[in-house]
Design a protein around this ligand. Structure first.
Ligand SMILES: NC(=O)c1ccc[n+]([C@@H]2O[C@H](COP(=O)([O-])OP(=O)(O)OC[C@H]3O[C@@H](n4cnc5c(N)ncnc54)[C@H](O)[C@@H]3O)[C@@H](O)[C@H]2O)c1
Length: 438
């Protein structure tokens, strides 16, 4: 089959390569010329395991260009951000992609949208644009099939996750299923288009609401002098309770964005909106904790460890770190940033020693595995203060090195050992044990 994939980003490129690997002739299309140029030079992110191998293996069956060619099937994998002001889905790229396909659409072709969209988008927006081809809607096939792959493990999950396909009609659903079956090993479930569109947004909203719930619990716990990390662990001993971890907020292209796709009827979405607000407000909570920690420091310098929206990836879209940085700058704090994964960011990225030099407070925002290797003894900071928003680092080691350690959601600050005490520093565990006995 000749397949055209529009949008060669985090989702489109691996999908295109998997289709090529399954034997299809694949033409990747991107409106951004730099994407095509990078691919023509063989530049593929090495963040996804096996991606470069797959790219090399499929050079004969995959090529990239800016124009939409004739094809048997078209997949739309373009961005669908949230309109920051209106708080609704910005569907301009989807509209544009469908408009680019329309002149090339022929009878019997299949069009699949993978981009996350509000329910009803296929019927109300995409199919009417495709009909500008001159074809009636029963002359082509259309389906919605969202992606659930986790960044950092995309290729494996694209193959092994279950898929939901919503067809314009049963023939469309079956055609789409045949195409995905060429590389998907997970189960494929068929439904109608609106239900499939809705399911994708439901999934990410579920995650956002659950994160908001634990973040809210963390605030309540702290107010009541309770350690949320201990409370969460014990609550999760209940066979039907499974709290996720609290943190500094929610980022990325999906969870922080997609719930807004459901909020056009205010009467139906109070919990969803409240959850978005709770998570969007977490950088303010982090700022509050930092302000307490540096209250005696004049003109403090704050070092941010990690600005990616999640661990071990370079993606900083919608990261809560950005909001925290803006809030901290607004307080007059000096900000230094270190992230071993992120290459492009709104603020200067420095190496660890520069970013921590003369720092008054280190704030861990992202739980990158690389941060576990930091030796706190080697940091040339001015004040030894650590705020760990993810309860991630080896606090014992930091306390032994003289750092005061505050964990978001844990009421007390674990005091760093003085020079004399360092040899016999109290263990973080002992500090917690003291809490139990008081
Ligand atoms: N990244 C994820 O983890 C993830 C997971 C599930 C679903 N999704 C959804 O998949 C969709 C794509 O996300 P992404 O992260 O791959 O985006 P991305 O920003 O990484 O890539 C999208 C690409 O599409 C290109 N593009 C824009 N308009 C185009 C057009 N008209 N024709 C051709 N190319 C065009 C852009 O230049 C860009 O290179 C979004 O709707 C997103 O919500 C993403």
């Amino acid at each position: 089959m000749r397949v055209c994939v529009l949008g060669l980003g985090y989702i489109g490129l691996p999908t295109a390569l998997l289709l090529a690997d399954a034997g299809h002739e694949v033409i990747g299309v991107d409106v951004d010329k730099s994407v095509i140029e990078r691919l023509s030079m063989g530049m593929v992110s090495n963040e996804e395991p096996m991606m470069l191998n797959l790219f090399k293996r499929t050079t004969e069956r995959f090529h990239a260009q800016t124009e939409v060619p004739l094809a048997d099937a078209f997949l739309i994998c373009v961005p669908t951000p949230v309109d920051g002001e209106l708080r609704v889905a910005d569907l301009s790229c989807v509209k544009n992609a469908a408009s680019m396909i329309a002149p090339q659409l022929r009878e019997g072709n299949l069009v699949i949208v993978e981009s996350t969209v509000p329910p009803g988008t296929m019927s109300a927006l995409v199919i009417p644009i495709l009909k500008k081809s001159g074809l009636e809607s029963d002359q082509f096939f259309a389906a919605y099939c969202s992606e659930r792959a986790l960044p950092g493990n995309v290729l494996h999950e694209m193959v092994h996750n279950d898929r939901i396909i919503g067809g314009k009609d049963i023939q469309s659903a079956n055609k789409a299923m045949a195409l995905y079956s060429s590389f998907v090993k997970g189960n494929i479930h068929l439904t109608n288009m609106s239900t499939a569109e809705f399911i994708k947004v439901m999934e990410n909203t579920y995650r956002d609401v659950n994160i908001a719930l634990i973040n809210e619990m963390a605030k309540i716990a702290e107010d009541n002098n309770i350690d949320i990390w201990e409370a969460r662990e014990l609550a999760n001993k209940h066979p039907r309770v499974n709290y996720v971890k609290p943190g500094p907020g929610v980022g990325g292209h999906c969870i922080a964005v997609d719930p807004w796709f459901l909020t056009n009827n205010p009467g139906n979405c109070q919990l969803i909106k409240a959850s978005r607000d709770v998570n969007d407000n977490m950088p303010n909570i982090v700022l509050g904790a930092v302000k307490t920690l540096v209250k005696d420091v004049e003109n403090p310098t704050i070092t941010i460890l990690g600005v990616a929206y999640k661990a071990n990836v370079s993606d900083a879209r919608e990261t809560p770190a950005l909001k925290f940085i803006r809030l901290a700058l607004n307080e007059g704090f000096t900000i230094r940033v270190h992230d071993p994964h992120v290459k492009r960011f709104d603020y200067l990225l420095e190496d660890l020693s520069d970013a921590t030099f003369d720092s008054d407070c280190i704030v861990l925002i992202t739980d990158h595995e690389a941060f576990r290797a930091i030796n706190p003894q080697q940091l040339r900071v001015r004040n030894k203060i650590l705020l760990d928003t993810r309860n991630f680092l080896d606090h014992e080691a930091w306390i032994k090195s003289g750092f005061d350690v505050k964990v978001l959601g844990r009421p007390e600050i674990m005091k760093g050992a003085s020079d004399i005490e360092q040899a016999v520093a109290p263990k973080a565990k002992e500090v917690l044990e003291q809490r139990i006995s008081t």
